[in-house]
Design a protein around this ligand. Structure first.
Ligand SMILES: C[S@@+](CC[C@H](N)C(=O)[O-])C[C@H]1O[C@@H](n2cnc3c(N)ncnc32)[C@H](O)[C@@H]1O
Length: 255
């Protein structure tokens, strides 16, 4: 199966069916951002600390796999020059919809987060990459490409899922029973039975992958970043988050 093609269609479907991460912000959010009152999410619930951002006016920002009419128009409203790069045309259309409505200028490009070859080296000063690398099977190319297209001293803000969320039998976890079932790295392609996978594919649900912390954190360091910030976020709907935060965010500086 071609994961990129499958997940493009799956995310287009999420837009059509109103997945929370595809719902655009209203004009009042953009008006407030223009006044300097704004926040954005890398993880499900906890706003990114404002001190994690460099001054945004005139800054060249790449929003990576961040379509959906949320972070992209908010960052554009703060005065940044924002490029939205996402695999789903429908998610990119959400970004354009908000920007057209509220008179903001952005660039949108469809592509795979693992291949940023459309951008020359050192094109950006900030990359904003919310929890979305769980939709690709391999993330080391994402960090390498992010390092290449950032200028030295540039900032990479990334959210990701703690792989502990993939350890357990999903159906049982929904009932509050924690039965360890899967090895990490986890893959919807190889960790599930065909019948279990069909439950997701019959519903056009995106295919997911659970990456090791070595790939999530070590991968950033190997690509040429130094970590300068970290926080965890419980998420909201996960039973496991009553015991451990299931999401994390990093602030990394390109050396
Ligand atoms: C959970 S949504 C994140 C966007 C959302 N605005 C947010 O607040 O987190 C995940 C995004 O990743 C994108 N995506 C999935 N696979 C991708 C890939 N291979 N390359 C680029 N984007 C991808 C999806 O199209 C979707 O817009």
């Amino acid at each position: 199966m071609n994961v990129r093609d499958y997940n493009r269609a799956a995310w287009n479907h999420q837009v059509a069916t109103g997945n929370r991460w595809t719902l655009p912000v209203g004009p009042e959010v953009i008006a407030a951002a223009r006044r300097g009152e704004w926040s954005v999410l890398l993880t499900p619930t906890k706003p990114v600390p404002r001190e994690w951002f460099p001054p945004l006016v005139g800054l060249d920002v790449l929003c990576l796999a961040s379509g959906g009419g949320q972070q992209v128009p908010i960052l554009a409203a703060t005065g940044a020059n924002v490029t939205s790069f996402d695999n789903s045309p429908a998610q990119l259309a959400r970004d354009r919809e908000v920007c057209d409505r509220d008179g903001l200028t952005i660039t949108t490009l469809e592509g795979d987060m693992r291949d940023l070859s459309v951008f020359p080296d050192a094109s950006f000063e900030l990359i904003f990459h919310p929890c979305s690398n769980g939709f690709v099977p391999d993330i080391l190319p994402v960090w390498r490409e992010a390092a290449r297209v950032l200028r030295p001293g540039g900032t990479l803000l990334a959210g990701f899922t703690n792989p502990v969320l993939c350890l357990f039998d999903d159906a049982k976890m929904e009932r509050g029973e924690f039965v360890v079932r899967h090895r990490i790295p986890y893959s919807d392609l190889t960790s599930l039975t065909d019948e279990e996978r069909r439950w997701y594919t019959d519903r056009n649900e995106p295919l997911c992958f659970g990456h090791t912390l070595a790939d999530q954190i070590g991968g950033q360091l190997e690509a040429g970043f130094l970590l300068a910030g970290f926080y965890e976020d419980g998420g909201e709907k996960w039973k496991l988050s009553e015991y451990i935060p299931c999401f994390a965010a990093t602030r990394a500086i390109r050396v």
